[in-house]
Design a protein around this ligand. Structure first.
Ligand code: ISL
Ligand code: CA
Length: 543
């Protein structure tokens, strides 16, 4: 299969509303991103993935699109977008767009016309009569709501399906016209020069049936839509008609995938996606559902990483994004070692096999937000889950702890540019509370440090691109201990060994690893027989 990403691609994800505000409305914007392109280029990344910047009523921060071919006014204009593409290109940086095609906004023209009774557009959505005054089926919803809402007012006997918020009606992918519309959207952006797409919840788009599902704690009904044959066919078609002619690539966000399903979507021989975001490694510290967390056990994390590294031809390597709590905040003993933990993560992200994704702020070791109460949290999912927990009788203190630890807003706090007002993000009150730790953790300060968090991320990014063994080499597991992890990357006679201490205590270097002494780079200035808290080293040896 043609693979259109390059093995030395390093992606930087931007959540536009939290990156940089230039017009003082407290919300990041496209001119803000343009103003930071030199900074982004200085990181060494060569691709930017933009979370949605399309027109949207913002019920789910842009993941509810009301016009696929227009720019969200608050973010800027189409002219700004074109400038972004060309200015990025001038710095050797490609732009990848977020493609959200499981659902639109209920304010999309298509949905409005469906509501107005146009048969053509009713067919764009999944609309069904209730069963004897009850809902059409027993399915669950990703945002802890009921997935069915009345279509056309309370008196209607019809419902529309929404796996996410009520303002995100699911598209009907059985309708070939929907496919044609989306092809047209993709071509529109490809013509503007975008290099590819991150495809939102792509493995749920095609529903096989609307039958009741097997009762389950999470997402009853998902067996009717996870990775269906219909979905595979659509992806193959989008690849052939849209991606291939433009040499574009696609990463799929694939929820609840196991290795087998992931292989079916992006294995070497499959003409569908180039790579997928899987979730198993993000679930190492969860109990049944992501809202209940337990202590992260490094060994579980190592085992999961090894499983996916050895199980897939090529991985999308990520530990943070706009939906996940910051990773360094998940290590129970990272307090006091935040910079060290972040440097270790740099070592991990940049030496695993696959395409590395760095999420804004990760490069300076940003942490979870410091929210004190629910009023400070904006995310719709957090509010819904809080409500649900209340209805289940979960006590207030515990409800809040749940949200505080798991809210998606943890990763959405404004980018910390400086120790100044609003962290240098905006001249006025930001849409989401800035983390108080911007006094210490910020770009301006990092730029003065020779051996700071940022400097280390930059060094690792440059090694990742320069060393062919990191770009192309095989992954070979070496060691999984209580907190020590090691693997090799091997290409011909070249071998690099990554060694990690995934905890905040010193540990002795295991004897199995004592041969790997030839250090290429280390997250501590001197490294010896002892691994310091959260130490990472990369060593070289020959075969
Ligand atoms: O957050 C999650 C994983 O811990 C999941 O619930 C899942 O990633 C997510 O809900 C799906 O995410 C994507 O689609 C959503 C949008 O709200 C997210 O921001 C987006 O990444 C609906 O479009
Ligand atoms: Ca703004």
């Amino acid at each position: 299969m043609a693979r259109n990403y390059k093995n030395d691609t390093v992606v930087y994800q931007i959540y536009p509303r939290s990156y940089k505000d230039t017009n003082g409305d407290g919300m990041g914007d496209l001119p803000g991103i343009i103003s930071k392109l030199d900074y982004i280029a200085s990181l060494g990344v060569n691709t930017i993935w933009l979370s949605p910047i399309y027109k949207s009523p913002d019920d789910d921060n842009g993941y509810d699109i009301s016009d696929y071919k227009a720019i969200q006014e608050r973010f800027g204009t189409m002219q700004d977008f074109e400038t972004l593409i060309s200015e990025a290109k001038a710095r050797g940086i490609d732009i990848v767009m977020d493609l959200v095609i499981n659902h639109t906004s209920d304010e999309h023209e298509w949905f409005k016309r469906a509501l107005a009774g146009e048969e053509k557009y009713r067919n764009y959505y999944i609309i069904k009569k209730g069963k004897n005054g009850k809902l059409p089926n027993n399915w669950g919803n990703f945002f802890a709501e009921c997935p069915w809402a009345k279509f056309g007012g309370e008196d209607s006997d019809e419902y529309y399906l929404h796996l996410f918020s009520k303002k995100q009606p699911d598209l009907n992918w059985h309708n070939p016209e929907v496919l044609e519309e989306i092809k047209d959207v993709m071509k529109f952006w490809l013509e503007k020069g975008v290099r590819g797409f991150r495809c939102d919840v792509i493995n749920v788009i095609y529903k096989n049936s609307l039958e009741n599902g097997k009762k389950s704690l999470v997402l009853t009904g998902s067996e009717h839509y996870l990775s269906t044959d219909g979905c595979h066919k659509i992806l193959a078609e989008l690849r052939k008609c849209c991606l291939e002619p433009y040499g574009a690539w696609a990463v799929g966000e694939t929820v609840f995938v196991d290795l087998k399903k992931a292989r079916d979507l992006c294995d070497e021989e499959r003409d569908e996606l180039d790579m997928v975001f899987s979730f198993e490694h993000m679930e190492c510290d969860q109990i049944a559902v992501k809202w209940f967390k337990k202590k992260l056990r490094p060994k579980k994390l190592m085992q999961t990483i090894t499983k996916w590294q050895t199980g897939l031809f090529w991985n999308a390597v990520y530990f943070e994004n706009h939906d996940q709590p910051r990773f360094i905040s998940r290590f129970s003993d990272s307090e006091g070692y935040l910079s060290e933990a972040s440097k270790m993560m740099a070592g991990l992200v940049m030496t695993l096999r696959g395409t590395p994704f760095v999420y804004e702020g990760q490069e300076i070791g940003m942490t979870n937000g410091d929210f004190k109460c629910l009023d400070e949290v904006m995310d719709i999912e957090s509010h819904n889950v809080y409500k649900m927990a209340k209805s289940l009788g979960i006590p207030r203190g515990i409800r809040w702890k749940m949200i505080q630890k798991t809210s998606r807003d943890n990763a959405r706090t404004p980018m910390q540019w400086s120790d100044g007002e609003n962290a240098g993000f905006s001249d006025s009150k930001p849409w989401l509370k800035v983390n108080g730790n911007h006094k210490n953790i910020n770009v301006e300060r990092e730029l003065t440090l020779d051996f700071g968090t940022l400097a280390f991320w930059k060094k690792m990014i440059s090694l990742r691109k320069e060393l062919d063994v990191l770009c192309d080499g095989e992954f070979v597991p070496l060691y999984e201990g209580k907190s020590v992890y090691a693997f090799a990357r091997v290409l011909g006679s070249k071998k690099l060994v990554s060694i990690f201490n995934m905890c905040g205590k010193e540990v002795k270097l295991p004897k199995e690893l004592s041969a790997y002494k030839n250090t290429v780079i280390s997250s501590y200035e001197a490294s010896g027989e002892v691994l310091k808290p959260f130490e990472f080293r990369l060593t070289s040896s020959t075969i």
